[in-house]
Design a protein around this ligand. Structure first.
Ligand code: XMP
Length: 293
């Protein structure tokens, strides 16, 4: 990097957290760390992440890009088109502006090996893959991308996180996809639908926090079902609960959650406004993937 300035986006996931700590140790205040609030994050997440890193002496600025992301996703239903919209908003709109404002020439990025493999194999276009699919970030966005974790998978990143002394809240955090809750909304992403999946996510994360599963999540389907609420017919929304065991996300098996826990999740999820069905997904990966979009 020479004497240049870099920016990086911290989501609070283990990948970007490791990059943030490594970057600050290497570059000090030549690295500017931001949390991009896409409006697609979980409840209270931007503030939680900012405060946690402030406690480690790393300042994190929250960039409000909610309107830009929701605007870019408006009307889109195709999964790859939605992923593309998130990618473009992130790299071009938000980072393009940040780079112009700060004079940074580099973006430090937490891409890991699994992201590249799945994208190259054509399974899913991970939001953070550029060079591997023929995009030259310097030409397209005006900055270079540095990817220090590119030889590691999730288990390796977790190990690096503990070696760097990151707290358990980070090292033990379940994975969360770059496109955030947009990866868990089948069909159009609207503010109202994000609210629904966000509320269901909070319930599932709380109820399964002790499951020791690799990942657990809630998905909002693009379908409706007839139900009854307060004695009246209701054509309501459907939430799918997914909980899987995995080592590195390349393969996954559903967890045998106790009926009592499932029962409680269902009861709470069907209290989310507009939701009247709650399903548990029994599909391993393959043939399913972990996320739905
Ligand atoms: P899938 O759904 O492909 O997900 O089985 C595998 C793992 O990767 C996470 N995931 C992503 N992570 N950017 C990321 O950084 C993405 O675009 C993305 N899509 C999925 C997913 O949560 C799971 O842990």
């Amino acid at each position: 990097m020479g004497e240049g300035i870099a920016v990086n986006a911290l989501s609070g996931g283990v990948d970007s957290s490791v990059v943030t700590v490594l970057g600050h140790r290497a570059l000090g205040d030549r690295l500017k760390t931001v949390f991009v609030d896409s409006g697609l994050m979980r409840e209270g997440e931007p503030e939680w992440v900012r405060d946690l890193f402030a406690g480690m002496g790393i300042p994190v600025e929250i960039v409000d890009a909610r309107a830009e992301f929701l605007g870019a996703l408006k009307g889109l239903t195709d999964p790859e088109a939605k992923r593309n919209a998130v990618t473009n908003t992130f790299y071009s709109t938000v980072f393009g502006r940040l780079v112009r404002q700060t004079g940074a020439k580099f973006l430090l990025h937490g891409t890991i090996l699994t992201d590249i493999e799945e994208t190259v194999a054509g399974i899913k276009r991970q939001h953070n893959i550029l060079a591997q699919i023929g995009i030259d970030p310097e030409q397209m966005y005006g900055y270079q991308v540095l990817e220090p974790l590119v030889t590691l998978r999730k288990d390796g990143v977790r190990e690096a996180a503990s070696i760097l002394g990151l707290p358990r809240e980070i090292t033990g955090r379940i994975p969360f996809p770059g496109p955030a809750l947009a990866a868990r909304i089948v069909g159009e992403v609207t503010e109202e639908r994000v609210e629904t999946v966000r509320a269901a996510t909070a319930i599932v994360e709380e109820e399964l926090a002790d499951s020791r599963a690799f990942q657990y999540l809630a998905v909002l389907l693009d379908d409706k079902a007839t139900g009854i609420r307060e004695g009246r017919r209701e054509f309501g929304q459907i939430i799918v609960v997914r909980c899987v065991q995995s080592v590195d996300a390349r393969q996954a098996t559903p967890v045998r959650i106790s009926w009592d826990v499932l029962d409680r999740i269902c009861e709470k999820v069907t209290r989310v406004p507009g939701v009247n069905r709650c399903l548990y997904d029994l599909t391993p990966k393959p043939p399913g993937t972990i996320e739905y979009v």
